[in-house]
Design a protein around this ligand. Structure first.
Ligand code: SF4
Length: 369
């Protein structure tokens, strides 16, 4: 049963130096054509939308779409989805785009949650990352979201090249003040084909040291816990009851449908992905040749471990056995050595990473892939 609907809007107003997501800067004309294509794709899959409980509009930067165009798109979504069954409806937004009108449109269309990319409250780091907002813009946006009554997540980054301990503490002080319902705090990962990767390879920028990244990560864990955030996934912290229902669908390997450029879907024990090229996607919608996503390799026994172990509670071993008719240690006997080396532990029915193991999880993943 498909529980989650993901909608990808790949447009951004600027391209960040570290980003390897599927995104582009484009014309208003292309945006209009794309939003129409999204509606057509959803209409095609309307039978699969019957039981969905969560919607997530991500990107790119969904808020870079003009308000009128977003309003019209959400009107169509209202027709296709029974909103009375939706438990969580998130949209990603940039601080620059948060206005009373934008928030009013979201409320009108049953959006429950805004996920805003802050990344840092230090001006020089924001410029280094290629972000165009300022700390004042972030503060104003948060005031507006709070007034609107929507619940909200803030995305932050650490281990940014050049980030000092003072920069990190400043971000944590602001987080205390902002009182968001949810915080996603990612360690900046150096991805291929990014400006940042090029700069580091050319020795124009110094990479962030691994040991310091771990120190920062541990400080974040401690400080967020003091503020009442429960760490429930490697990079995600929530106030009680505000864990992301949509992302938990991914981490529990439940079924979801992805709509739009490069969006992936998973149902019927199959993983599928849409084209990554805008012209191919739009043509596929236009001439109705995009009737099924391309099928990707998918190994549910492995994926359950890869995504499930990202949760701090880990995976239920009895549920694993029931689903795959064999225990997790029967399928992956090599996991036992990580119990001995204290990277994994068993807590009741759950297999999970230890706090040490979370930072060395790659050792486990490399062994089982
Ligand atoms: S990080 Fe977000 S805003 Fe920046 S280019 Fe990537 S998708 Fe766009």
């Amino acid at each position: 049963m498909i529980k989650g609907l993901y909608i990808h809007i790949p447009f951004c107003d600027q391209i960040c130096t570290y980003c390897d997501f599927c995104k582009m800067v484009t014309s208003t004309h292309n945006k209009k054509e794309y939003m129409k294509a999204l509606v057509k794709e959803m209409e095609y899959y309307s039978d699969l939308l019957e039981h969905i409980e969560t919607i997530y509009i991500g990107g790119g930067t969904p808020s870079s779409i003009d308000d009128d165009l977003m309003d019209a798109f959400l009107d169509e979504l209202d027709i296709l989805v029974d909103m009375t069954h939706i438990k969580e409806f998130t949209i990603e937004a940039n601080p620059n785009d948060i206005t009373p009108n934008f928030l009013e449109i979201l409320r009108k269309h049953h959006v429950t949650r805004v996920s805003m990319g802050v990344q840092s409250m230090s001006e020089d780091l924001l410029r280094f990352l290629g972000r165009t907002h300022t700390d004042e813009i972030v503060e104003h946006a948060i005031d507006l979201i709070k007034t609107s009554g929507l619940n909200f997540n803030l995305d932050f980054l650490y281990a940014i090249p050049g980030q000092s301990l003072e920069d990190l503490k400043k971000d944590l002080d602001y987080i205390k003040k902002f009182k968001a319902h949810h915080i996603s705090y990612y360690s900046l990962i150096l991805e291929d084909r990014t400006v940042l990767n090029y700069l580091i390879n050319k020795h124009k920028v110094e990479d962030f040291p691994d040991d310091l990244a771990r120190e920062y990560g541990e400080l974040i864990d401690i400080e967020l816990e003091k503020l009442g955030y429960h760490k429930y996934e490697f990079s995600n912290y929530a106030k009680a009851g505000y864990e992301s229902k949509h992302n938990l669908i991914y981490w529990n390997l439940e079924e979801y449908l992805g709509i739009g450029l490069n969006a992936s879907s998973q149902f019927n024990n199959t993983r599928m992905i849409n084209p990554t090229k805008l012209s191919v996607y739009l043509k596929g919608i236009q001439d109705k040749s995009l009737t099924m996503h391309n099928i990707e390799d998918f190994n549910p026994k492995l994926e359950t471990l890869l995504v499930g172990l990202r949760k701090t509670e880990g995976i239920s071993m009895s549920a694993y056995k029931e689903r795959f008719k064999k225990g997790v240690f029967d399928i992956y006997p090599q996991l036992k050595k990580f119990l001995d080396s204290n990277l994994l532990e068993i807590q009741g029915d759950y297999l999970r990473f230890t706090s040490e193991g979370i930072y060395l999880s790659n050792q486990v993943y490399v062994d089982i892939i």
